[in-house]
Design a protein around this ligand. Structure first.
Ligand SMILES: C[S@@+](CC[C@H](N)C(=O)[O-])C[C@H]1O[C@@H](n2cnc3c(N)ncnc32)[C@H](O)[C@@H]1O
Length: 192
């Protein structure tokens, strides 16, 4: 599969091993630990974190457009699969997951595919299941980039209306480094 080399660079840069704090927070809302999914799994830090949980998930699926970034340590009682696919091409199972994590991946889905993937995620969650991730807002420096999707607060409200909102935090700041990238995004944790 032809993948953008920027993702390999990104994965090497983020190979620090720390799980995303929003995923850690989302776990406190997860009641059943049957199956979990890590969408756009990147350097696999979150995937390894989920695999390492004590009394954790029985099944974990990680999906990314790139080949698996590193070998993972998989406990014998966990069924793990890595799927190298675009989310746009992935056949999401129905009513299967207790947790779906989409950390910094959904804004990188082209606009034409976004709503379909959002509906597929909803359908793949069990009732009571938890969905967490980010959407980028219109003040983000990358707003308007080709093949990315951005949302206003209003659009975010409409998208999430079928869920029970557990956390929805709007973040806006400028990086304090040479790049000075301006970030505008919504962190969310939702329950089906
Ligand atoms: C910004 S990174 C986030 C990685 C990781 N979730 C994290 O929080 O660090 C986005 C990841 O999504 C993957 N990706 C980008 N577009 C994708 C697509 N259409 N389908 C599946 N994965 C994609 C990239 O290879 C990359 O690993």
């Amino acid at each position: 599969m032809d993948t953008d080399p920027k993702w390999t660079v990104y994965q090497k840069r983020t190979a620090s091993g720390r799980p995303r704090p929003l995923l850690v927070e989302a776990l406190s809302y997860v009641k059943e630990k049957g199956a979990a999914m890590d969408l756009g799994a990147g350097a696999l830090n979150d995937t390894q974190f989920l695999l390492d949980l004590e009394n954790g998930f029985r099944e974990i699926v990680a999906i990314d457009i790139t080949p698996q970034f590193k070998e993972l340590s998989v406990p014998p009682n966990v069924q793990f699969s890595y799927v190298q696919k675009r989310l746009e091409e992935y056949q999401f199972p129905i009513d299967r997951f207790d947790l779906i994590s989409a950390q910094y991946i959904l804004p990188f889905i082209p606009k034409d595919d976004f709503n379909n993937i959002w509906m597929n995620i909803y359908a793949a969650l069990k009732t009571g299941g938890v969905f967490t991730g980010q959407l980028f807002g219109e003040h983000d420096d990358w707003f308007g980039r080709e093949n990315m999707t951005f949302h206003t607060k209003n659009e975010m409200g409409k998208l999430t209306s079928k869920f029970e909102p557990l956390v929805c935090n709007e973040r806006e700041y400028t990086e304090e480094n040479e790049r000075k990238k301006h970030w505008h995004y919504f962190d969310f944790i939702l329950k089906k």
